[in-house]
Design a protein around this ligand. Structure first.
Ligand code: PMV
Length: 313
């Protein structure tokens, strides 16, 4: 039997800008996906159902392929506390935990770097080449991770793909309380990225906003290093304004951000936008939760966790 778990993530600063080579800062959240694998039964089963249809559970198909077919009969059990389609990296957490459990089942003891690389490949396969390693690496490494196109201090690992190189760095981070507000709606990441790319091409003001968002992420790494949570929060507030200028916020995201700001160091949309979630950095999680509930949104109370990929229950 093999077992592994991996956390969700939230981008605190730098989403969209990272597509243009700017840095982004992501944190692992204390919401985990667990995968258990037993070599039993007569076929491949996932959560008690046969895995035949290739379109069902594409991450499982890609992970099985990348970790070395042919696989004999397996019973795979997936349990997740990460809401899907919310910009919280549910597919990355699944890919990381699954790849680690599959390699373990083969008798291997993979490093977080090896798992991060293969899980990135899984995401690339499922999303037809449109993925950055930010989600999978943050899930594998835990804590806070800086993704950049240049190498800096605290390098974890780097990956290259289609002429692009990403350097993943470890940042020291306290276990900050985080509240997530999920709108329950989600626009596909690829569409949002394409829309921003068109805007940036046409409009120099949008290109300037992208650079500004990158600068906020750079300042955010300094605020984190100084454990200056209020400063980090202010940078997040400014980043939300930048993301609004890029056209990736929505009235609902703006409403939720406004609702939680009086009780937060900072709040912003997180991830691709067009729906998805807001993230609030706060030391008053209860007040933030009540504010979200008053606006018809179920809060998720969590915190930044140093725990990345873990083997075993
Ligand atoms: O919403 P998510 O978790 O898919 O994040 C997307 C982040 C982007 O910067 C918009 C795209 C990317 O690949 O980095």
């Amino acid at each position: 039997m093999a077992e592994a778990s991996a956390p969700a993530k939230a981008i605190l600063l730098g989403e969209h800008a990272v597509v243009f080579g700017e840095p982004a800062l992501a944190v692992a959240l204390d919401l985990r996906t667990r995968v258990r694998i037993e070599g039993r039964g007569t076929s491949l089963m996932v959560n008690g159902e046969p895995l035949q249809d290739k379109l069902r559970l594409p991450h499982v198909h890609h992970a099985l392929g990348l970790t070395g077919e042919p696989w004999g009969p397996l019973a795979i059990t997936i349990e997740s506390r990460v809401p899907g389609s919310a910009g919280l990296g549910s597919s990355a957490a699944l890919s990381v935990a699954l790849v680690a459990a599959l390699l373990q089942q083969k008798g291997l003891a993979p490093s977080p770097r090896d798992v991060a690389r293969l899980a990135f490949e899984v995401e690339l396969g499922v999303q037809r080449g449109m993925a950055s390693p930010a989600d999978t690496s943050t899930s594998a490494a835990g804590g806070a991770v800086l993704v950049d196109s240049v190498e800096g201090p605290g390098l974890l690992w780097s990956f290259e793909r289609s002429g692009r190189r990403w350097f993943l760095h470890r940042l020291e981070a306290p276990e900050l309380p985080i509240v997530i507000g999920n709108t329950g709606h989600r626009a596909p990441t690829g569409e949002m990225v394409a829309r921003v790319a068109q805007g940036v091409k046409r409009d120099p003001a949008m290109a300037a906003t992208v650079r500004e968002l990158g600068d906020l992420a750079r300042q955010g790494t300094k605020a984190l290093a100084a454990h200056d949570v209020p400063a980090l929060g202010k940078l997040m507030d400014r980043a939300h304004e930048g993301l609004r200028k890029l056209g990736v916020s929505t009235p609902r995201l703006d409403e939720l951000v406004q609702a939680v700001r009086p009780h937060s160091h900072g709040a912003k949309l997180t991830g691709a936008g067009g729906g998805g979630s807001i993230v609030a950095l706060t030391d008053k999680p209860r007040e933030v939760s009540e504010a979200l509930k008053a606006h018809g949104c179920m809060p998720i109370l969590t915190r930044v966790t140093p725990r990345g990929l873990e083997a075993g229950p």
